[in-house]
Design a protein around this ligand. Structure first.
Ligand code: PLP
Length: 817
């Protein structure tokens, strides 16, 4: 595929870095930036800031003579499509490096897991590279391919599509000799008319492949493969059909492992894998088939299979002791994932003003000499601006001369590091922990973690973004949004929410009181912040931290004006609240002409917006009430505008309103509970964001007729296994959930509470889960399996109250893609 290039070259520059995301800039002079337009943004907007930081080479889709004149000394490559140009560059790059095997992986689910497991299996046998995390898109695939180097023998490249026509482009870039189809499911169905159409599109990846790998247990896939590619070599797996290339039988399942017999060419290979989940076992069957073709000797090495680790596709960020933030990436340690993690560290540290620190172990299995390898590591550490490094392992220690002595400490073993006083002195740092499994750096992670309490609220920030986009899609395009993060982000953590929402360019954040707003400003949040329930006493905090108050009474209005005048402030933005029928805070509609007239005389304040709150938008039988509120509000805003002499922005809708009354979107909308994964009217498309889990602390076997807990209120009706879990009413697990009023989920099965809920613990009946052991995870609520609404109903309340009353001693843990 050719692409039209019109180069405007000022001079020769050697380019060694390709950049598509301006936040990942590393070595400006050697960077070529591709300005890409996507649904969520336009790379052309970042040219100015990249130019200021020293980038001089750009691929663009348009170049005006003003731009060219303004940014002098640049090389410009003008193309019709920056994405197509990036793909063409990747294809040329791939053609330069003849690999032993290029493996292209597609399918609806399991692509990333299969790729990561294959990487673990094959990297001891071949120099193997793989696409980073889930870089499988029109941009991610070329970036992956561009990272192939001359020493690589096997490349594992993941390809994902979301609409027809995309796979042909990815095929050009990857041209896999080996094609892997993991599974077919209904995921990413939106862009396609039917499952067949989606399958047809995916199979385009295999146009030039010589060998195909797929499951016989999905007849639709197996038939399509045979029909479409009769002349290629077919390698299949099955749990049912002994005629498959690899036939897999499960022989025994424990709570953490599965024993399998894998039959290949009449030979039986028994092996055990540390997974029990059906999806993982499917991915294992797929890996077995590839291993049987590429490295059959591994079938007879049970240790290789037993040692597989599950794949965490996300970097976990957690608060540590002494103001530290911890990023745990301790499952793998290779150069490629190191540079991705360092990029993440640098962004994260600079966003929070923390010092970037790295804990790193020896890198194993690279196949390169230490001198070469660690020189590159030292270079990466320097270019990502890491402030302090704790290096663990004999190879790193022996290579100490390559590192900056002033900022690096060396330890031969993890125990030596744990014993070092330097470790306990770390504070207010952002610490990336990255190590090969053998070094067990998770011990260090635990040491640096803040709380030992085993009850954890996991917050999926990617789901927050998903929900944000969902509600955006219900409103007119580009409709400004105010995101409600009062009460510490409905209990999930206002700062992490604010950071994420700021990154996704919401227009306003709103909290209840000035202290919440000040804390966000202190931590670096720059988005507009609205304070919903301000008092006059905090006026100076409002002014000094640019916190925009809701004004709901004449007294407050006059008081704020007075304070602003004394402070010499003019046109400070405020938001007027109108009571249109809820009868909480707000001006009566009849007051507004007087409010407008007063403000006309007082230039200290300026009405940025006027709003009202719906009392019953989620009640289907109160439509008329809501309609009346809307009419009252709109009439009131007209009176206000006439008196003020200018038109403030108007907003009325909360989550339920967005779902049911989009016709009243006006100029902005206020999104609350929907962001947190609870639809006000049960509409689909919203993802749960929070999971509350704990662990089994103790298990006891009791005969029938024993009394459990305070007041002897729970009596065993049969010989029972009763477990204690460390969550009680002081954590927000209400005493109303006592005596079977609620069940938690353990190994996928419901276990009711028994006896009364105590302050810090409660008891559950786990008789029906005989495999449960101390330490096993218990799901209190979360995900699709145990929605928070079920818990709320059991407490006779609403999810808002459940979330906001979870105690602060429950650790919050944040996840993002
Ligand atoms: C909390 C709040 C919202 C958000 O309500 P949800 O039902 O959570 O969407 C909107 N507006 C005001 C004034 C609020 O106080």
């Amino acid at each position: 595929m050719a692409f039209a290039v019109t180069p405007h070259l000022s001079h020769d520059r050697a380019v060694s870095h390709i950049l598509t995301d301006s936040r990942s800039l590393l070595t400006p002079e050697e960077t070529l930036f591709f300005a890409i337009r996507t649904e969520s943004g336009d790379g052309h907007r970042y040219i100015e800031s990249l130019y200021e930081r020293g980038v001089r080479s750009f691929v663009v889709e348009q170049l005006s003579s003003e731009t060219e004149a303004k940014y002098s000394g640049c090389n410009w490559y003008v193309v019709t499509s920056s994405i197509t140009a990036l793909q063409a560059l990747a294809r040329t790059h791939r053609e330069r490096f003849p690999l032993l095997h290029t493996i292209g992986i597609t399918g609806s689910n399991g692509k990333t897991v299969v790729k990561e497991l294959l990487y673990q299996l094959l990297s001891p046998c071949f120099h193997t590279m793989r696409s980073p995390r889930s870089y499988n898109s029109q941009i991610g695939v070329p970036l992956s391919v561009l990272s192939i180097t001359a020493t690589d023998e096997v490349a594992l490249i993941e390809a994902g599509i979301s609409r027809p026509g995309e796979m042909a482009a990815l095929e050009e870039v990857i041209a896999p000799q080996l094609g892997v189809f993991t599974s077919l499911g209904s995921a990413h169905q939106e862009g396609f008319a039917s499952l067949e159409e989606k399958l047809d599109e995916k199979l385009r990846l295999f146009k030039r492949s010589t060998s195909l790998f797929y499951s016989l247990d999905t007849p639709l896939v197996a038939e399509a493969m045979r029909e479409r590619f009769p002349t290629k070599s077919h390698y299949t797996w099955s749990h049912q059909d002994p005629a498959a290339t690899v036939y897999v039988r499960t022989t025994e399942t424990t709570s953490t492992t599965t024993a399998l017999v894998c039959v290949v060419a009449g030979e039986e290979y028994p092996l055990t894998v540390p997974f029990t989940d059906a999806a993982y076992l499917e991915d294992i069957a797929c890996c077995l088939t590839l291993v049987a073709a590429l490295a059959p000797q591994l079938l007879a090495v049970p240790e290789a299979w037993r040692a597989l680790t599950s794949i965490s596709m996300r970097l976990e960020v957690k608060d540590g002791l002494q103001g530290n933030t911890l990023i745990d990436d301790a499952y793998s340690c290779d150069l490629q994932s190191l540079s991705i993690a360092l990029d993440f560290l640098r962004r994260r540290a600079s966003a929070t003003g923390a010092r970037p620190v790295l804990l790193l172990s020896d890198i194993e299995g690279s196949g390169r000499s230490d001198a070469d390898l660690y020189a590159e590591v030292a270079g990466l550490i320097q270019s990502y601006g890491v402030d302090e490094v704790f290096a663990v392992g004999e190879h790193l220690t022996a290579s100490a001369g390559l590192f900056d002595a002033a900022h690096t400490h060396f330890f031969a073993t993890t125990s030596e590091l744990l014993a070092s006083p330097l470790l306990s002195r770390l504070h207010d740092s952002c610490i990336l922990i990255k190590g090969a499994r053998r070094f067990a750096l998770d011990q260090v992670y635990r040491r640096l973690s803040s709380r030992e309490h085993q009850t954890v609220l996991d917050i999926d920030l990617s789901a927050v973004v998903h929900n944000l986009n969902h509600y955006r899609s219900l409103l007119p395009p580009e409709h400004p949004l105010i995101c409600m993060i009062k009460a510490d982000g409905y209990g999930t953590g206002a700062f992490e929410l604010a950071r994420t929402l700021q990154e996704h360019r919401v227009d306003y954040l709103a909290v209840a009181v000035a202290d919440e707003g000040r804390e966000l400003r202190d931590k670096g949040i720059r988005t507009h912040i609205m304070i919903m329930n301000p008092e006059l006493s905090v006026a100076d905090t409002l002014f000094s931290h640019r916190l925009e108050p809701e004004v709901y009474s004449m007294e407050l209005l006059e008081g704020l004006c007075e304070r602003a005048r004394i402070a010499g402030i003019t046109a400070f933005p405020i938001h007027l609240k109108v009571d249109s029928g809820m009868h909480r805070l707000g001006f009566a509609p009849a007051d507004l002409p007087a409010v407008g007239a007063y403000l006309r005389e007082h230039p200290e304040l300026r009405v940025s917006s006027v709003f009202s709150h719906l009392a019953a938008a989620d009640e289907p039988d109160k439509r008329d009430f809501t309609e009346r509120q809307a009419k009252t509000f709109i009439a009131a805003t007209e009176a206000l505008t006439a008196a003020l002499g200018y038109q403030p922005k108007r907003h009325l809708l909360n989550t339920a309103g967005i779902e049911r009354f989009p016709e009243y979107a006006l100029d902005m909308a206020r999104l609350g509970i929907g962001l947190y994964g609870v639809s006000a009217t049960g509409c689909p498309g919203v993802e749960p964001i929070a999971r509350l889990t704990t662990v089994l602390l103790q298990i006891r076997e009791l005969p029938a007729g024993e009394a459990i807990g305070y007041g002897c209120r729970g009596i065993t009706s049969r010989p029972s296994r009763i477990a204690v879990i460390p969550i009680g009413y002081a954590d927000g697990f209400s005493r109303r959930l006592s005596r079977g009023a609620y069940s938690v989920l353990l190994h996928g099965r419901l276990c009711p509470t028994i006896g009364n809920v105590c302050m810090d613990a409660c008891m559950i009946d786990i008789t029906d889960v005989p495999e449960a052991r101390v330490g096993d995870e218990v799901l209190i609520f979360g995900g699709e399996e145990r929605p928070i609404t079920v818990l709320a109903e059991a407490c006779d309340t609403i999810p808002y109250e459940i979330l906001t009353t979870l105690s602060t001693r429950i650790q919050r843990r944040y996840w993002r893609e």
